[in-house]
Write a protein that binds this ligand. Structure first.
Ligand SMILES: NC(=O)C1=CN([C@@H]2O[C@H](COP(=O)(O)OP(=O)(O)OC[C@H]3O[C@@H](n4cnc5c(N)ncnc54)[C@H](O)[C@@H]3O)[C@@H](O)[C@H]2O)[C@@H](O)CC1
Ligand SMILES: [K+]
Length: 488
């Protein structure tokens, strides 16, 4: 499990830890980890040209101490001080003792152009309100330069707690973060600025509370959630998932949702709606009914909404059922908020950013810029678990408070028509198999992302390809959880 904690929590944990350690210990641990990562990225430290971008806080202190370590190994290290009078005194002294030099911001762009490595220590978790004007040209120069860019703790300019990026920010090839991941490192758009993230252990673990702000499941945790048929299982015990989707106009959404549901672990898939012929033609194993959800026979969970058009009646009927319900696509627009809140069985809503924006009455850009706030807000308003789709899919528990899951397996290739229909069927099937709404959403998104990667392998894919790759993703998750050798 990968976890992320917000700034306030990190600060409290650091205070508790620092109180028991000699002064400066944590910064030395951080700087040692940072210097090691920089050295690995450089390959050859001796003779390399390193530029440190140093702000006025401890983030700059980390950069200076790491720079001193690199200078002792023969790198030419220059610190560009953004607030010359306020740079970390101990770090500055260490760098000078090691033979490093200091430059004004005016010289920064020229130095960056010729550097092999740029270390971004402008701001870390103490940063407020985006990159300041004097730092913007340096961020641009770093982006232009062929130098590798390493961000200290997080890329300067991104919001550590939310993943928001207002204005310019440093774009890193690697982020070296200390003690724990910060939420912004796992959520777009900030995640993209961070590049791969390396976590340096500074001993913070024992001081952190049990409930993180954010968690990302990995193979082992997903494998533990996946339903496995026992010897005495029959199809009904494995769960029947009902799919109320598709319309005369959009039969494809029904076929794709069923395609996902058949690979999601339920024992049977029941389809209800006007696209029964198309579904049967493709998947003869489906139980098809045209009598509406209420009279379709027993199911352990419903999926409603993909390609549903304007069929509000079906959505209302499904919401009245006393089994878990996944609401997607048109269903989100057609669902009555009061009816969702009144439900006693679990509800999982699965909007993409545009649908979430419509539900919240804000612009799509606002949702995409502040995804964590949006998913919590929706889960609060509807009293339902919410899965906000995107390149870093988030799953918030009903009510919106508590740990949010972030999916680490997403791929841009999944942004293809019908891909969401497959996910709704897959996650609905997991709901029918008995997983909680948050588990079904996050395990579904995990398998779906992995299936997308397997199907794509660097080339465009259709939603059907993604559905067909789900069994491979499932096997990979189970194999990876058994030990080394898997892709987990
Ligand atoms: N507290 C600790 O125990 C540890 C902290 N560490 C480092 O310390 C960092 C936090 O240090 P600080 O609390 O000093 O905070 P930062 O160094 O992140 O930034 C705060 C300083 O930057 C200025 N500032 C705020 N917003 C700015 C902006 N947008 N543009 C430019 N300057 C801005 C502030 O006036 C303040 O002087 C962490 O991110 C991490 O890198 C590590 O050394 C590990 C241990
Ligand atoms: K930084």
């Amino acid at each position: 499990m990968r976890t992320a904690y917000g700034v306030e929590t990190v600060r409290a944990a650091e205070r508790a830890l620092m109180a028991r350690l000699p002064e400066g210990t944590l910064m030395q641990r951080a700087a040692a980890g940072l210097a090691t990562a920089c050295a690995q990225l450089l390959g050859r430290v001796y003779g390399s040209r390193v530029v440190l971008l140093v702000g006025s806080g401890d983030n700059g202190g980390d950069a200076l101490h790491a720079g001193a370590r690199l200078a002792r190994r023969g790198a030419g290290v220059t610190a560009v001080l953004l607030s010359p009078g306020r740079a970390h005194p101990g770090g500055l002294a260490a760098l000078r003792r090691a033979g490093g030099t200091v430059a004004d911001p005016g010289a920064g762009e020229r130095l960056i152009e010729r550097a092999d490595l740029v270390v971004d220590g402008i701001v870390g978790i103490g940063g407020k309100g985006g990159l300041r004007a004097e730092a913007v040209p340096l961020a641009r120069a770093a982006a232009r330069s062929r130098a590798a860019v390493v961000a200290v703790d997080l890329p300067s300019g991104v919001d550590a707690d939310t993943g928001e990026v207002r204005g310019a920010a440093l774009r890193a090839d690697l982020t070296v973060t200390f003690g724990t991941h910060k939420p912004g490192l796992l959520i777009d758009p900030a995640r993209e600025y961070a590049g791969p993230v390396r976590l340096v252990d500074i001993g913070l673990g024992a001081e952190l509370p049990a409930d993180p702000e954010l968690e990302a499941l990995q193979h082992a945790e997903v494998a533990a959630l996946l339903p496995e048929p026992a010897a005495e299982s029959d199809k009904y015990r494995r769960g029947v998932v009902g799919i109320a989707a598709g319309s005369a106009r959009y039969p494809g959404a029904a076929v794709l949702a069923v395609a996902g549901a058949l690979r999601g672990g339920a024992g049977a898939v029941r389809y209800v709606g006007p696209a029964g012929d198309a579904v049967i033609a493709r998947f003869p194993e489906t139980l098809v009914s045209d009598r509406g959800p209420k009279r379709a026979g027993r199911v352990q969970a419903w999926v409603v909404g993909p390609g549903a058009g304007d069929d509000a009646g079906t959505v209302a009927e499904v919401l009245a059922a006393e089994v878990p319900v996944l609401v997607d696509a048109d269903g989100l627009r057609l669902a009555d908020a009061g009816a969702v809140r009144a439900r006693t069985a679990p509800t999982l809503m699965t909007p993409h950013a545009g649908e979430a924006a419509a539900l919240l009455g804000v612009s799509r850009e606002e949702v995409e810029g502040a995804r964590l706030a949006a998913v919590r807000e929706l889960a609060g308003r509807y009293g339902a678990a919410v899965l906000l789709k995107g390149s870093s899919t988030l799953v918030a528990p009903a009510g919106g408070a508590g740990t949010v899951r972030v999916n680490p397996t997403g791929t841009p290739w999944l942004a293809t028509a019908g891909s969401g229909d497959v996910l709704s069927g897959l996650a609905g099937s997991l709901l029918a198999a008995g997983l909680s709404a948050v588990d079904a959403g996050s395990a579904g998104a995990y398998l779906h992302g992995l299936a997308g990667r397997f199907a794509a392998q660097g080339a465009p894919v259709g939603a059907r390809d993604v559905a067909e790759a789900v069994p491979r993703a499932w096997r990979d998750v189970r194999a990876g959880a058994l030990g080394p050798g898997g892709t987990g």
